[in-house]
Design a protein around this ligand. Structure first.
Ligand code: HEC
Length: 246
């Protein structure tokens, strides 16, 4: 019986199971899915810096508008650059085949990426592109070694070098770990500003991966309240029925 409970708990915590198998330490994203201003800033970053290559096919613009507190007009004027209608999905125009040729790997659709990889991974990934001349785009990534994506946020973050240290374990195996970063060319944002912008972007990606989450959570509260109430009612009812028998 106890094993069952454990299995259910583990199934409910996919991030937990994933995190334990990952090598690199991840920074905490600490997103707030109820912060609409953050979601709006994240959406703006997404359409400006990501949709050139990635899509979010399963997210419609008009649903997005309603959920993050914008009108259809605001979405049309500020977030749609692809000529799409507000009722359409966040598709882009890059053909998958060409993308694969250009980058070696096709940029994946990002609708479900936050569920597939976890928010801490995304937060770390977006902030840890570092200079590596040996790579085709001149950058490597701490969370995704040998990544095929260029450093598309360099105008905001700038360019950073990684400080590396080589460790030897008890068996004499060497491994290199990144101990920190050093900005060698400044971007338009300071490091804290960039971190905060990435928190917004990850917040947005988490929302896109599960747009009904907030609703589900608020519904959950009512379901529990209902169960508590009914338990009380049935308890009183039981007492009433058994009163005469005892
Ligand atoms: C110039 C094209 C391009 C742009 C712009 C771009 N990406 Fe990518 N991205 C790629 C490619 C190519 C890959 C596949 C990399 C690989 O598999 O090696 C990728 C992969 C990813 C992944 C998958 C990582 C994984 O673990 O599987 C994430 C997440 C991602 N991009 C997020 C973003 C976000 C967020 C933005 C906007 C800030 C963005 N990308 C902008 C080309 C791009």
């Amino acid at each position: 019986m106890r094993k069952w409970i454990l299995a259910i708990v583990l199934a409910a915590l996919p991030g937990f199971a994933l995190a334990s198998s990952e090598g690199a330490a991840l920074d905490k994203a600490n997103i707030d899915p109820t912060d609409k201003a953050s979601l709006q800033r994240g959406a703006k970053l997404f359409v400006n810096y990501c949709m050139g290559c990635h899509s979010a096919d399963y997210q419609r613009y008009n649903r997005l508008a309603r959920d993050i507190g914008l009108s259809d007009e605001q979405v049309r004027d500020n977030l749609i650059f692809t000529g799409a209608k507000v009722g359409e999905g966040m598709r882009n125009a890059m053909p998958k085949k060409d993308a694969k040729k250009w980058f070696g790997a096709a940029p994946p659709d990002l609708t479900l990426i936050a569920r597939a990889r976890g928010v801490d991974y995304l937060y770390t990934y977006l902030r840890t592109f570092y200079i590596d001349e040996a790579r085709p785009w001149g950058v490597n990534n701490a969370a995704f070694p040998l990544v095929g994506m260029p450093h598309v946020l360099s105008e905001l973050q700038g360019w950073q070098k990684a400080r590396m240290e080589t460790h030897k374990d008890a068996h004499g195996n060497e491994s290199t770990v990144i101990t920190g970063y050093e900005i060698v060319k400044k971007g338009s944002m300071s490091p804290p500003e960039f971190d905060s912008a990435m928190r917004d972007l990850v917040n947005f990606l988490a929302y896109v991966a599960e747009p009904v989450k907030l609703y589900r959570q608020s519904l959950g509260v009512w379901v529990i309240a209902f169960l508590v109430l009914m338990t009380a009612v049935f308890y009183l009812l039981k007492k009433e029925y058994w009163k005469d028998i005892h």
